[in-house]
Ligand binder design. Sequence first.
Ligand SMILES: NC(=O)c1ccc[n+]([C@@H]2O[C@H](COP(=O)([O-])OP(=O)(O)OC[C@H]3O[C@@H](n4cnc5c(N)ncnc54)[C@H](O)[C@@H]3O)[C@@H](O)[C@H]2O)c1
Length: 293
Amino acid sequence: MRDFAGKTAVITGAASGIGAALATKAGALGMNLVLADVAADDARALAGTIAGVGTLVVHCDVSDETSVKALADAAFDRFGTIDLLCNNAGIVPGGRHRLVWEYTPGDWQWSLGVNLYGVIHGLRAFVPRMIAQGSPSHILNTASVAGFVSGSGSACYGAAKHAMVRVTEALYAGLRQVEAPIGVTMLCPGLVRTQIYEAERLRPAALADHDRPVESADLDAMRDDLYRHALGPDEAAVIAFDAIEEDRFYAFTTEAFDTAIRARADSILARTNPSFASIVEMSRMESDGRARQ
Ligand SMILES: NC(=O)c1ccc[n+]([C@@H]2O[C@H](COP(=O)([O-])OP(=O)(O)OC[C@H]3O[C@@H](n4cnc5c(N)ncnc54)[C@H](O)[C@@H]3O)[C@@H](O)[C@H]2O)c1
Protein backbone atom coordinates (compact mmCIF):
# COMPACT_ATOMS: atom_id res chain seq x y z
CA MET A 1 0.00 0.00 0.00
CA ARG A 2 1.69 3.19 -1.15
CA ASP A 3 -0.94 5.90 -1.35
CA PHE A 4 -2.43 6.79 2.01
CA ALA A 5 -3.99 10.23 1.52
CA GLY A 6 -7.79 10.16 1.42
CA LYS A 7 -7.88 6.46 2.41
CA THR A 8 -9.37 5.19 5.67
CA ALA A 9 -7.68 3.40 8.59
CA VAL A 10 -9.40 1.55 11.45
CA ILE A 11 -7.19 1.25 14.54
CA THR A 12 -8.08 -0.72 17.66
CA GLY A 13 -6.42 0.22 20.92
CA ALA A 14 -6.07 3.67 19.39
CA ALA A 15 -6.26 5.66 22.63
CA SER A 16 -2.74 4.99 23.86
CA GLY A 17 0.76 3.85 23.03
CA ILE A 18 1.41 2.20 19.67
CA GLY A 19 -2.24 2.57 18.55
CA ALA A 20 -2.20 6.31 19.25
CA ALA A 21 1.10 6.62 17.36
CA LEU A 22 -0.32 4.65 14.41
CA ALA A 23 -3.33 6.99 14.39
CA THR A 24 -1.16 10.11 14.52
CA LYS A 25 1.04 8.80 11.70
CA ALA A 26 -1.97 7.74 9.57
CA GLY A 27 -3.55 11.18 10.16
CA ALA A 28 -0.30 12.92 9.13
CA LEU A 29 -0.42 10.89 5.90
CA GLY A 30 -3.91 12.28 5.24
CA MET A 31 -5.90 9.16 6.13
CA ASN A 32 -9.41 9.27 7.59
CA LEU A 33 -9.41 7.61 10.99
CA VAL A 34 -11.69 5.24 12.85
CA LEU A 35 -10.33 5.15 16.40
CA ALA A 36 -11.63 2.22 18.46
CA ASP A 37 -10.92 1.64 22.13
CA VAL A 38 -12.51 0.74 25.46
CA ALA A 39 -11.03 4.04 26.64
CA ALA A 40 -13.22 6.02 24.24
CA ASP A 41 -12.73 9.36 26.06
CA ASP A 42 -8.96 9.09 25.61
CA ALA A 43 -9.48 8.19 21.93
CA ARG A 44 -11.74 11.24 21.57
CA ALA A 45 -9.06 13.43 23.13
CA LEU A 46 -6.51 12.04 20.68
CA ALA A 47 -8.88 12.65 17.74
CA GLY A 48 -9.00 16.32 18.80
CA THR A 49 -5.24 16.58 18.24
CA ILE A 50 -5.36 15.24 14.67
CA ALA A 51 -6.54 17.94 12.29
CA GLY A 52 -7.59 17.96 8.67
CA VAL A 53 -8.95 14.42 8.26
CA GLY A 54 -12.29 12.73 8.95
CA THR A 55 -12.34 10.96 12.29
CA LEU A 56 -14.82 8.61 13.91
CA VAL A 57 -14.34 7.46 17.50
CA VAL A 58 -16.02 4.22 18.49
CA HIS A 59 -16.25 2.70 21.94
CA CYS A 60 -15.31 -0.91 21.24
CA ASP A 61 -14.29 -3.90 23.33
CA VAL A 62 -12.35 -6.09 20.91
CA SER A 63 -12.89 -9.19 23.06
CA ASP A 64 -16.65 -8.92 22.36
CA GLU A 65 -17.67 -10.08 18.88
CA THR A 66 -20.85 -7.97 18.85
CA SER A 67 -18.88 -4.85 19.73
CA VAL A 68 -16.39 -5.47 16.89
CA LYS A 69 -19.21 -6.11 14.41
CA ALA A 70 -20.76 -2.78 15.46
CA LEU A 71 -17.35 -1.13 14.91
CA ALA A 72 -17.20 -2.53 11.37
CA ASP A 73 -20.76 -1.39 10.63
CA ALA A 74 -20.00 2.12 11.91
CA ALA A 75 -16.72 2.32 9.97
CA PHE A 76 -18.18 1.13 6.63
CA ASP A 77 -21.33 3.28 7.08
CA ARG A 78 -19.24 6.39 7.62
CA PHE A 79 -16.41 5.93 5.13
CA GLY A 80 -17.65 3.34 2.59
CA THR A 81 -14.35 1.49 2.23
CA ILE A 82 -11.69 0.49 4.74
CA ASP A 83 -8.16 0.56 3.33
CA LEU A 84 -6.08 -0.19 6.43
CA LEU A 85 -7.21 -2.31 9.38
CA CYS A 86 -4.92 -2.24 12.43
CA ASN A 87 -5.76 -4.98 14.94
CA ASN A 88 -3.61 -3.48 17.67
CA ALA A 89 -5.42 -3.51 21.05
CA GLY A 90 -3.64 -5.61 23.65
CA ILE A 91 -3.24 -6.09 27.39
CA VAL A 92 -0.81 -7.74 29.80
CA PRO A 93 -2.27 -9.10 33.04
CA GLY A 94 -0.48 -7.35 35.91
CA GLY A 95 1.01 -8.59 39.14
CA ARG A 96 4.14 -10.48 40.06
CA HIS A 97 5.77 -13.17 37.94
CA ARG A 98 3.46 -16.19 37.77
CA LEU A 99 4.10 -19.74 36.69
CA VAL A 100 1.77 -21.12 34.04
CA TRP A 101 -0.38 -23.09 36.49
CA GLU A 102 -0.81 -20.04 38.76
CA TYR A 103 -2.73 -17.79 36.35
CA THR A 104 -6.44 -17.57 37.14
CA PRO A 105 -9.26 -18.38 34.69
CA GLY A 106 -9.91 -14.61 34.62
CA ASP A 107 -6.30 -13.94 33.55
CA TRP A 108 -6.61 -16.46 30.71
CA GLN A 109 -10.01 -15.24 29.58
CA TRP A 110 -8.92 -11.61 29.58
CA SER A 111 -5.58 -12.18 27.82
CA LEU A 112 -6.94 -14.60 25.21
CA GLY A 113 -10.09 -12.45 24.86
CA VAL A 114 -8.24 -9.23 23.98
CA ASN A 115 -4.92 -10.43 22.52
CA LEU A 116 -6.23 -13.38 20.48
CA TYR A 117 -10.01 -13.14 20.06
CA GLY A 118 -9.68 -9.38 19.53
CA VAL A 119 -7.76 -10.16 16.33
CA ILE A 120 -10.07 -13.03 15.31
CA HIS A 121 -13.18 -10.85 15.76
CA GLY A 122 -11.48 -8.07 13.77
CA LEU A 123 -10.72 -10.42 10.89
CA ARG A 124 -14.22 -11.95 10.88
CA ALA A 125 -15.91 -8.53 10.90
CA PHE A 126 -13.71 -6.77 8.33
CA VAL A 127 -11.96 -9.19 5.95
CA PRO A 128 -14.99 -10.45 3.95
CA ARG A 129 -16.05 -6.83 3.37
CA MET A 130 -12.50 -5.75 2.49
CA ILE A 131 -12.29 -8.62 -0.03
CA ALA A 132 -15.68 -7.61 -1.47
CA GLN A 133 -14.44 -4.02 -1.95
CA GLY A 134 -12.02 -5.39 -4.58
CA SER A 135 -9.60 -2.48 -4.11
CA PRO A 136 -6.05 -2.89 -2.69
CA SER A 137 -5.96 -2.66 1.08
CA HIS A 138 -3.79 -3.75 4.01
CA ILE A 139 -4.07 -5.34 7.46
CA LEU A 140 -1.62 -4.67 10.29
CA ASN A 141 -1.75 -7.02 13.27
CA THR A 142 0.29 -6.03 16.31
CA ALA A 143 1.94 -9.18 17.65
CA SER A 144 5.02 -9.14 19.89
CA VAL A 145 8.43 -10.76 20.18
CA ALA A 146 6.57 -12.67 22.95
CA GLY A 147 4.85 -14.54 20.12
CA PHE A 148 8.16 -16.10 19.04
CA VAL A 149 10.07 -16.81 22.27
CA SER A 150 9.10 -19.10 25.10
CA GLY A 151 9.90 -20.11 28.67
CA SER A 152 8.33 -19.76 32.10
CA GLY A 153 7.73 -15.99 32.07
CA SER A 154 4.62 -14.12 30.81
CA ALA A 155 2.97 -17.37 29.68
CA CYS A 156 -0.58 -15.98 29.74
CA TYR A 157 0.37 -13.12 27.40
CA GLY A 158 2.88 -15.15 25.36
CA ALA A 159 0.42 -17.96 24.66
CA ALA A 160 -2.09 -15.47 23.24
CA LYS A 161 0.59 -13.81 21.10
CA HIS A 162 1.94 -17.17 19.83
CA ALA A 163 -1.62 -18.05 18.76
CA MET A 164 -2.25 -14.70 17.08
CA VAL A 165 1.05 -15.05 15.17
CA ARG A 166 -0.33 -18.34 13.79
CA VAL A 167 -3.64 -16.60 12.94
CA THR A 168 -1.79 -13.78 11.19
CA GLU A 169 0.32 -16.21 9.15
CA ALA A 170 -2.88 -18.02 8.13
CA LEU A 171 -4.39 -14.66 7.16
CA TYR A 172 -1.42 -13.89 4.93
CA ALA A 173 -1.50 -17.34 3.29
CA GLY A 174 -5.29 -17.37 2.95
CA LEU A 175 -5.43 -13.99 1.26
CA ARG A 176 -2.73 -15.12 -1.20
CA GLN A 177 -4.72 -18.32 -1.81
CA VAL A 178 -7.88 -16.44 -2.78
CA GLU A 179 -5.77 -13.84 -4.65
CA ALA A 180 -7.22 -10.94 -2.68
CA PRO A 181 -5.36 -7.62 -3.15
CA ILE A 182 -4.87 -7.29 0.61
CA GLY A 183 -1.37 -7.04 2.09
CA VAL A 184 -0.59 -8.18 5.62
CA THR A 185 2.03 -6.85 8.04
CA MET A 186 2.70 -8.30 11.46
CA LEU A 187 4.26 -5.72 13.77
CA CYS A 188 6.49 -7.52 16.29
CA PRO A 189 7.62 -5.02 18.92
CA GLY A 190 10.17 -5.65 21.64
CA LEU A 191 10.07 -3.00 24.38
CA VAL A 192 8.00 0.08 23.57
CA ARG A 193 7.36 2.90 26.08
CA THR A 194 3.56 2.71 26.48
CA GLN A 195 0.93 2.05 29.16
CA ILE A 196 0.91 -1.71 28.55
CA TYR A 197 1.97 -2.49 32.14
CA GLU A 198 -0.88 -0.36 33.51
CA ALA A 199 -3.54 -2.42 31.73
CA GLU A 200 -5.07 -3.76 34.97
CA ARG A 201 -7.20 -0.60 35.13
CA LEU A 202 -9.04 -1.95 32.06
CA ARG A 203 -9.72 -5.50 33.32
CA PRO A 204 -13.50 -6.22 33.30
CA ALA A 205 -14.88 -6.66 36.82
CA ALA A 206 -16.23 -10.11 35.91
CA LEU A 207 -12.66 -11.29 35.30
CA ALA A 208 -11.25 -9.72 38.48
CA ASP A 209 -8.48 -11.56 40.24
CA HIS A 210 -9.18 -10.88 43.91
CA ASP A 211 -6.06 -12.75 45.04
CA ARG A 212 -3.79 -10.84 42.71
CA PRO A 213 -0.71 -9.86 44.68
CA VAL A 214 0.13 -6.17 44.38
CA GLU A 215 3.15 -5.32 42.27
CA SER A 216 6.33 -5.35 44.28
CA ALA A 217 8.45 -2.20 44.38
CA ASP A 218 11.32 -4.33 42.98
CA LEU A 219 9.28 -5.36 39.93
CA ASP A 220 8.22 -1.75 39.33
CA ALA A 221 11.81 -0.53 39.60
CA MET A 222 13.08 -3.24 37.23
CA ARG A 223 10.40 -2.39 34.67
CA ASP A 224 11.07 1.34 34.92
CA ASP A 225 14.74 0.62 34.36
CA LEU A 226 14.10 -1.67 31.35
CA TYR A 227 11.64 0.74 29.74
CA ARG A 228 13.77 3.87 30.28
CA HIS A 229 15.60 3.21 27.01
CA ALA A 230 12.71 1.52 25.22
CA LEU A 231 11.63 2.54 21.74
CA GLY A 232 9.08 5.37 21.59
CA PRO A 233 5.65 4.42 20.16
CA ASP A 234 6.14 6.95 17.36
CA GLU A 235 9.28 5.05 16.25
CA ALA A 236 7.28 1.78 16.30
CA ALA A 237 4.65 3.44 14.09
CA VAL A 238 7.31 4.50 11.56
CA ILE A 239 8.58 0.89 11.42
CA ALA A 240 4.99 -0.32 10.90
CA PHE A 241 4.20 2.16 8.12
CA ASP A 242 7.50 1.47 6.33
CA ALA A 243 6.56 -2.23 6.27
CA ILE A 244 3.00 -1.47 5.09
CA GLU A 245 4.38 0.73 2.32
CA GLU A 246 6.87 -1.94 1.23
CA ASP A 247 4.32 -4.75 1.65
CA ARG A 248 6.57 -6.59 4.15
CA PHE A 249 5.01 -9.21 6.41
CA TYR A 250 7.42 -9.15 9.36
CA ALA A 251 8.08 -5.81 11.04
CA PHE A 252 10.30 -6.44 14.06
CA THR A 253 11.37 -3.39 16.06
CA THR A 254 14.48 -5.08 17.53
CA GLU A 255 16.97 -7.88 16.86
CA ALA A 256 17.64 -8.46 20.58
CA PHE A 257 15.40 -11.55 20.69
CA ASP A 258 16.78 -13.20 17.51
CA THR A 259 19.21 -15.48 19.37
CA ALA A 260 16.39 -16.86 21.50
CA ILE A 261 14.05 -17.27 18.49
CA ARG A 262 16.80 -19.15 16.62
CA ALA A 263 17.69 -21.31 19.66
CA ARG A 264 14.04 -22.37 20.04
CA ALA A 265 13.78 -23.30 16.33
CA ASP A 266 17.15 -25.14 16.44
CA SER A 267 16.10 -27.16 19.45
CA ILE A 268 12.77 -28.11 17.80
CA LEU A 269 14.57 -29.23 14.62
CA ALA A 270 17.31 -31.10 16.53
CA ARG A 271 14.73 -32.68 18.90
CA THR A 272 16.85 -31.55 21.86
CA ASN A 273 15.25 -30.48 25.14
CA PRO A 274 14.76 -26.71 25.16
CA SER A 275 16.82 -24.31 27.21
CA PHE A 276 14.93 -21.01 27.18
CA ALA A 277 16.59 -17.65 27.83
CA SER A 278 14.68 -15.54 30.37
CA ILE A 279 12.47 -12.87 28.84
CA VAL A 280 13.83 -10.38 31.38
CA GLU A 281 17.40 -11.15 30.24
CA MET A 282 16.45 -10.66 26.59
CA SER A 283 14.66 -7.41 27.44
CA ARG A 284 17.75 -6.30 29.35
CA MET A 285 19.84 -6.96 26.20
CA GLU A 286 17.49 -4.80 24.14
CA SER A 287 17.49 -2.06 26.75
CA ASP A 288 21.29 -2.07 27.17
CA GLY A 289 21.74 -2.09 23.39
CA ARG A 290 19.56 0.98 22.99
CA ALA A 291 21.22 2.75 25.93
CA ARG A 292 24.58 2.41 24.12
CA GLN A 293 23.20 3.95 20.89
N1 LIG B 1 4.61 -1.80 24.77
C1 LIG B 1 5.33 -2.89 24.50
O1 LIG B 1 6.45 -3.07 25.01
C2 LIG B 1 4.76 -3.92 23.55
C3 LIG B 1 5.61 -4.95 23.13
C4 LIG B 1 5.12 -5.91 22.26
C5 LIG B 1 3.82 -5.84 21.80
N2 LIG B 1 3.01 -4.85 22.22
C6 LIG B 1 1.63 -4.82 21.71
O2 LIG B 1 1.32 -3.54 21.22
C7 LIG B 1 -0.10 -3.39 21.21
C8 LIG B 1 -0.46 -2.01 21.77
O3 LIG B 1 -0.10 -1.96 23.15
P1 LIG B 1 0.67 -0.71 23.77
O4 LIG B 1 2.01 -1.16 24.18
O5 LIG B 1 0.53 0.47 22.91
O6 LIG B 1 -0.16 -0.56 25.15
P2 LIG B 1 -1.12 0.60 25.69
O7 LIG B 1 -1.66 0.05 26.96
O8 LIG B 1 -0.42 1.90 25.74
O9 LIG B 1 -2.27 0.66 24.60
C9 LIG B 1 -3.21 -0.38 24.44
C10 LIG B 1 -4.57 0.21 24.09
O10 LIG B 1 -5.49 -0.89 23.94
C11 LIG B 1 -6.71 -0.52 24.57
N3 LIG B 1 -7.46 -1.72 24.96
C12 LIG B 1 -7.21 -2.56 25.99
N4 LIG B 1 -8.16 -3.51 26.05
C13 LIG B 1 -9.02 -3.26 25.04
C14 LIG B 1 -10.19 -3.91 24.58
N5 LIG B 1 -10.70 -4.99 25.21
N6 LIG B 1 -10.83 -3.39 23.50
C15 LIG B 1 -10.35 -2.28 22.89
N7 LIG B 1 -9.24 -1.62 23.28
C16 LIG B 1 -8.58 -2.11 24.34
C17 LIG B 1 -6.28 0.32 25.78
O11 LIG B 1 -7.32 1.13 26.27
C18 LIG B 1 -5.13 1.12 25.17
O12 LIG B 1 -5.59 2.33 24.61
C19 LIG B 1 -0.65 -4.56 22.03
O13 LIG B 1 -1.17 -5.53 21.16
C20 LIG B 1 0.57 -5.07 22.76
O14 LIG B 1 0.46 -6.45 23.08
C21 LIG B 1 3.45 -3.87 23.08
